[in-house]
Design a protein around this ligand. Structure first.
Ligand SMILES: Cc1ncc(COP(=O)(O)O)c(C=O)c1O
Length: 373
């Protein structure tokens, strides 16, 4: 590679590693020498195998003739719909190009050299990447039993330079959760000069009686709490890139200052308003996941592996030769996620699909394990 730019760039940017997403279907089809993606399934990015909500699909079709216009930069109607869902004011909601954008905006607003960001060791790799992007120290806290967020450990890691703590709940990639009681006690103890971010990208996929309410801590207004949710997972709209943050208006105000003017496109705004209303799709999604999790966990165990029980739409599986396993699965038309990019070279993450996809996945897993010997 030429070196026209690297030596001019700020050194901490030049040494950044880019995020490695799940491999796209088209890329794997090209590698396998196939004309198209038919027959290949992707269980690598925790998407919703049921597809987009039908109501969202209708709304998108209806929005097509208006695509020559810029979107509403303030996402007025979508913010109003989200606010109504939670019984909060629209001033407490800010839309982003997926929650990934919120992670960067929060870092932009609060992190700098000399500060630190605290989060769990085995959690979403984007927290680490944004810390590096802002020359901020990433303090990674070991997990209680190797898979569950240790909230006391996070509290103990907070020091005078901590600006943000992030709790992924449910946690990606381990699929575990911390309870309402534990979260409530945690919020009480986090110092008021530290922003607490609850990344709840997967919360709507959890059975309703087990879901954790953190919006009440935002509403209480005693601590700087931010709740992140997304349309990528439960609502099946990952391709549109839309997520939201809930915080007290002064926090939302800060985030609005650091975002781009049209960060959420008009198609996404139309679809997400309709998707929020589609309780039927959400219920079907949860039912598919409940059955799929039981089927896959059982099948994976029968193949001699030790998968982690999950609260959401993916399964964390320890396997020493993770990269080789993922490559073998691709040769059998199933894309899963090796977790080296998350700093976990001996684990894979397998998304829960439709019943047919889950059967295809188990057959591919059996064949791949046999090949690896
Ligand atoms: C824990 C967690 N947070 C945030 C995101 C980002 O979601 P979005 O698609 O809204 O950017 C993901 C996506 O995989 C995730 O796993």
């Amino acid at each position: 590679m030429s070196n026209l730019f690297q030596s001019i760039a700020r050194p901490f940017i030049a040494s950044q590693r880019p995020y490695q997403p799940g491999r796209p279907l088209e890329e794997v089809a090209r590698q396998l020498g196939k004309a198209d993606i038919a027959g290949i399934i992707k269980l690598a990015s925790n998407e919703n195998a049921l597809g987009p909500s039908p109501k969202a699909q209708e709304a998108m079709k209806a929005a097509i003739p208006r695509m020559h216009l810029y979107p509403d930069g303030g996402s007025f109607y979508l913010r109003r719909a989200i606010a109504a869902k939670y019984g909060i004011s629209p001033e407490m909601v800010m839309l982003g190009c997926g929650c990934n954008e919120h992670a960067v905006l929060l870092a932009h607003a609060f992190l700098a050299k000399g500060t630190n960001l605290v989060f769990s060791e085995r959690s979403f790799v984007v927290y680490q990447l944004v810390a590096e992007l802002y020359e901020c120290t990433a303090k990674r806290v070991p997990m209680a039993d190797g898979v569950t967020t240790d909230l006391d450990g996070i509290l103990a890691a907070i020091d005078g330079n901590t600006r943000i703590v992030v709790v992924g709940n449910p946690n990606n990639p381990t699929g575990t959760m911390v309870s309402q009681e534990a979260v409530d006690a945690f919020v009480e103890k986090v110092p008021a000069n530290v922003v607490t971010v609850f990344d709840e990208a997967y919360m709507e996929l959890v059975e309703p009686e087990e879901q954790v309410d953190t919006v009440k801590h935002v509403l209480a207004g005693k601590k700087p709490v931010v709740v992140l949710r997304t349309f990528s997972k439960a609502y099946g709209l990952a391709g549109l890139r839309c997520g939201y943050a809930i915080a007290q208006p002064d926090g939302i105000d800060l985030l609005n200052k650091v975002r781009q003017p049209f960060n959420v496109n008009a198609m996404a705004q139309a679809a997400c308003i309709a998707a929020l209303d589609d309780q039927e799709h959400l219920a079907k999604t949860r039912a598919m996941l409940r059955e799929g999790a039981a089927f896959l966990l059982d099948g994976i165990r029968k193949l001699g592996l030790a998968p982690q029980p999950t609260k959401t739409n993916f399964i964390f599986v320890p396997f020493k030769r993770a990269k080789e396993l993922a490559a073998a699965m691709e040769r059998h038309d199933v894309i899963i996620r090796p977790l080296a990019g998350f700093g976990l070279p001996e684990h894979v993450r397998i998304g829960i699909g439709t019943p047919a996809e889950n059967r295809q996945c188990l057959a591919a897993l059996a064949a791949s394990l046999a090949e690896l010997g």
